[in-house]
Design a binder for this molecule. Structure first.
Ligand code: UT7
Length: 329
């Protein structure tokens, strides 16, 4: 039994924040941002919308692409670290927006690795035989946890969403395997200090900007390249594949230099690595999902191709999967 992606969609908000816009907010330059990160612009969610609104639009597109009624969805998993509220889950809000009733819905928190973690949870639940169709959504409003006075983080992040419908299949198509990793000991390299049970919101937490992301970029950079490269190697090796078997690698879009480092480590040419970082920056869990959707729409993926998605993020967490693409273009 397999878990095949039968529908895919993504959605990014219309508002564009360019490097020139950021030059007016902090002491930075287009030249620094492009050479150090590869990012030219990113999308920003309107004030009256939230992660669930982005996720709902991506989900509608994925369900339409699958050619099914929303009522056929049997479970909704949402990967997000910028959900609408502490509770209820963003998955439940998306369920209500889609008019789906009486199916299990929950969020997962694995930061940038969340979409690949979510796909793996869905694959295993489908494997039990209990579920036939699961909707996996990644929806992030990273702009809401970004300090636009901190030049070391504000140039990196953007908002967006992606979704897939996964269906049980008897064929050898779909998600074949996933390697998941985490190292909680590095949690202090990337986090939002306040807003949870350790540091609930107070005037002080707001004044001291404790609701914004804190990041040690250069330490993360080094760990990211090795963790992503190793994850890809492990998932390929244990399934008897080599990098030459992979038609396209879809990496997390945090920094072009991280992606190039991973490609070098794997000895894969950059023309087999999908990039859209210059348009969106880092959209956390949504990055690999939006990249997958754009790669499919650009016809860089054909039925039968072997793909590898790989990501890395707060936790720290990392993940890599291999997918035998089983959908006609
Ligand atoms: O989603 C997964 C989690 N996140 C990541 O994976 C991010 C990983 N890290 C990175 O992408 C990179 O470390 C950054 C892009 C964040 C930073 O690049 P870097 O090459 O590691 O630069 P750095 O932090 O070592 O900083 C070099 C210099 C510093 O100046 P000094 O101290 O050498 O004078 C920074 O203050 O660049 C300065 N700098 C900037 N200058 C202009 C940092 N940010 C900026 C900026 N504009 N936006």
């Amino acid at each position: 039994m397999g878990a095949n992606i039968i529908g895919i969609g993504s959605y990014v908000p219309e508002r564009i924040l360019t490097n020139a816009d950021l030059e007016k907010l902090v002491d930075t330059s287009d030249e620094w941002i492009v050479t150090r990160t590869g990012i030219k612009e990113r999308r920003i969610c309107p004030e009256d919308k939230a992660a669930s609104d982005l996720g709902t639009e991506a989900a509608r597109r994925a369900i339409a692409d699958a050619g099914i009624e929303a009522g056929k969805i049997e479970m909704i998993i949402c990967a997000t670290i910028t959900g609408d509220m502490v509770f209820p889950s963003t998955a439940c809000i998306i369920q209500n927006n889609l008019g789906i009733e009486n199916v299990p819905c929950f969020d997962i928190s694995a930061a940038c690795s969340g979409f690949i973690y979510g796909l793996e949870i869905a694959r295993n639940l489908i494997d039990t035989g209990r579920y036939n169709k699961i909707l996996v959504v990644a929806a992030e409003c990273m702009s809401r946890v970004t300090d636009y006075t901190d030049r070391s983080t504000c140039v990196l992040l953007g908002d967006g969403s992606a979704a897939v419908v996964i269906e049980r299949t008897e064929d050898r198509f779909g998600i074949l395997d996933t390697y998941l990793g985490a190292a909680g000991k590095f949690g202090n390299l990337l986090y939002v200090p306040a807003g949870g049970s350790r540091m609930p919101a107070t005037h002080r937490t707001v004044e001291e900007k404790m609701h914004f992301m804190k990041m040690e970029g250069s330490s993360l950079f080094r760990i990211a390249v090795v963790a992503m490269g190793e994850a890809v190697k492990k998932v390929l090796e244990r399934n008897g594949f080599e990098t030459k078997d992979v038609s396209l690698i879809i990496p997390h879009q945090a920094n072009i230099r991280i992606i190039q480092g991973v490609a070098r480590m794997l000895d894969v040419p950059m023309d087999r690595v999908f990039l859209n970082i210059e348009k969106y920056g880092n959209m956390s869990a949504a990055s690999v999902g939006v990249a997958l959707d754009e790669a499919v729409k650009a016809k860089k993926i054909n039925k039968g191709n072997l793909l590898c998605m790989v990501s890395f993020g707060a936790g720290l967490t990392w993940a890599a999967n291999i997918i035998r693409w089983g959908k006609d273009g």
